[in-house]
Write a new protein. Structure first.
Length: 325
């Protein structure tokens, strides 16, 4: 009887030991799986941290037109933009009037021709003396108007020709009342007809002391050299007038800014040659440059031109695409 009890107790002890061993192994397996999942998560997170970094060779950057500059202090200039038109300088316009009424016998010049002072423009037969006399140019310039044809009767009260010396022209601009206190004679103005290669820096030589009653604007004038002939009377032009400037600790080119995930970013070049976006806070600005308050520091290398290419690469990566190398 004692032996049977002993055998039963042995079986119970064996069962307890086996159950404990299984429980221990189960816990070890669970810990192992947990650690493995943790490691996978760490690897995944590390991959996510670097997913916004773009690597690109110097050759590829050159082909894509990507330029890098060093961030530093700079001056931001403030401008006021004006609109206006080109006119011929009034003192350089000549109105040619026949001396006597008569018949136009011959015309030698027409609109657009360049003439010299004293050059014969036409011949007219006088009605009084029946003698033929010459109509001559009074200045060097270009014929911009002509009001006579061969065989017609022309009086001595009409302008037969209008000649203008266009080597210098005036750019006349409209200045709004709110800007009159900021714009003065002597300030520099960049006059432009839209294209970058068609602009010239001049000086405001005159600001009208009166305001037009209809437009509520005053007039400003910039005298332009026009030997090339690109500034034609009647052209619509704009002018950027430099009115103030201030130096800031950190200024970059405005073309460097991109919007990524609704945030304003600048792409910074890392020491390993990669590029990553950095959220920035901006301050004062003009059309070309902008102050950076945070997100960039002096000495950082940033993408100043064609940074939109890096932005598109990051967006492509987020949709499962690959990076450019």
């Amino acid at each position: 009887m004692i032996n049977k009890i002993s055998n039963v107790n042995s079986y119970k002890l064996f069962g307890i030991i086996a159950a404990s061993l299984l429980l221990f192994l189960s816990i070890r397996c669970s810990d192992s799986n947990t650690n493995e999942d943790t490691n996978k998560a760490e690897v995944h997170n590390e991959s996510e941290e670097h997913s916004d970094e773009i690597f690109m060779t110097e050759e590829t950057m050159k082909e894509l037109g990507i330029e890098v500059k060093e961030a530093g202090s700079g001056v931001i200039k403030n401008y006021i933009e004006l609109t206006g038109e080109i006119i011929a300088e009034p003192s350089r316009i000549s109105h040619v009037i026949p001396r006597f009424e008569g018949i136009v016998k011959e015309v030698f010049k027409t609109v657009g021709d360049k003439v010299k002072k004293g050059e014969v423009l036409a011949l007219i037969e006088s009605n009084e003396s029946l003698a033929t006399y010459e109509v001559q140019s009074l200045i060097d310039g270009t014929i911009i108007e002509m009001h006579m044809t061969q065989g017609e009767l022309i009086g001595n009260e009409l302008h037969a020709f209008v000649i203008a010396d266009l080597n210098k022209v005036w750019a006349i601009f409209n200045i709004y009342q709110k800007d009159l206190g900021k714009i003065k004679a002597g300030q520099k103005a960049i006059v432009s007809i839209g294209a970058n290669d068609s602009q010239e820096t001049g000086t405001i030589s005159y600001v009208s002391p009166v305001v037009n009653e209809k437009t509520r604007t005053a007039s400003g004038r910039v005298i332009l050299n026009n030997q090339s002939g690109r500034w034609m009377p009647g052209m619509f032009v704009t002018a950027k007038v430099h009115v103030s400037e201030k130096k800031y600790p950190l200024v970059i080119e405005k073309t460097a800014l991109q919007t990524l995930d609704d945030k304003l970013v600048v792409f910074i070049k890392d020491e390993d040659g990669g590029f990553h976006p950095s959220d920035v806070k901006t301050g004062s600005e003009n059309d070309d440059t902008i102050e950076i308050i945070s997100g960039l520091k002096a000495g950082d290398k940033y993408v100043s031109k064609n940074s939109f290419i890096l932005k598109s690469e990051i967006q492509k990566e987020s949709f499962g695409g690959g990076h450019v190398h």
